[in-house]
Design a protein around this ligand. Structure first.
Ligand SMILES: [Zn+2]
Length: 73
């Protein structure tokens, strides 16, 4: 179980700037439950895949139960 809702995870992801151009405009953003391996290893509850609306870079974020963002790739 998680205390962090999907909506909250989405808002957190949108408030996290693009690592490449530092903009906050995303043309695609998908929030999905973290796979068990990731949940166990990094305590990630949601995985967000997003595409920057400015530079087009795709990035992936893992969001922990407490709202911390643990990786970006
Ligand atoms: Zn960008």
């Amino acid at each position: 179980m998680t205390g962090l809702s999907r909506d909250r995870a989405e808002r957190l992801a949108k408030a996290h700037a693009c690592a490449h151009c530092r903009e906050y405009s995303f043309r695609k953003l998908a929030v999905k439950p973290a796979p068990a391996s990731l949940a166990e290893e990094l305590q990630v509850v949601w995985v967000v895949v997003r595409t920057c609306g400015v530079c087009g870079v795709q990035s992936e974020l893992g969001i922990q139960d407490d709202g911390d963002i643990v990786y970006e790739g």
